[in-house]
Design a protein. Structure first.
Length: 149
């Protein structure tokens, strides 16, 4: 019996264009069948999740099954965005993985206190990023049971 492979919509919030491009390349290289969308700051992240403004068309901007969140972004940083997501009954079940350059212990504690599912320091090599994307995709698609509404 052929079971169709599930795909996961991943929304990455990161203000660094190079990091977004590397993540996109790493996702492609990892050969995991996931769909990756991007926003550049916490304000845009919340507009995307709520389907506001330019993100109203859910065929172009589907609800994510996973959010990759950078902490240090302009307008609204990842900590503030995470607090908003986890306080919103319509959004709080979406798992948020903090993916950041910050190795500060207080950032890690605060991230988990705010409801992050995981805290990952960004890999320094492209190969390590490819492996991370492969592992994240496999874990969140094949092993985790996510609530779909």
């Amino acid at each position: 019996m052929n079971i169709p492979k599930k795909t996961l919509v991943i929304l990455m919030a990161d203000d660094d264009a190079d990091d977004r491009l590397l993540a996109q390349d790493a996702m492609h290289e990892s050969r995991v069948l996931n769909e990756l969308h991007f926003v550049e700051d916490g304000v845009q992240l919340l507009r995307y999740l709520r389907g506001d403004d330019e993100f109203a068309d859910r065929t172009l901007h589907p609800m994510p099954g996973l959010i990759l969140l950078d902490l240090n972004m302009p307008k609204m940083d990842g900590r503030e965005a995470l607090a908003e997501i986890k306080s919103d009954p319509r959004l709080r079940r979406i798992p948020v993985v903090i993916l950041t350059t910050s190795k500060a212990e207080e950032d890690m504690f605060k991230g988990y206190d705010l409801g992050a599912a995981s805290y990952i320091t960004k890999p320094v090599t492209f190969d390590a990023l490819v492996e991370l994307m492969r592992t994240l995709g496999k874990y969140w698609v094949e092993f985790v049971e996510l609530p779909y509404e």
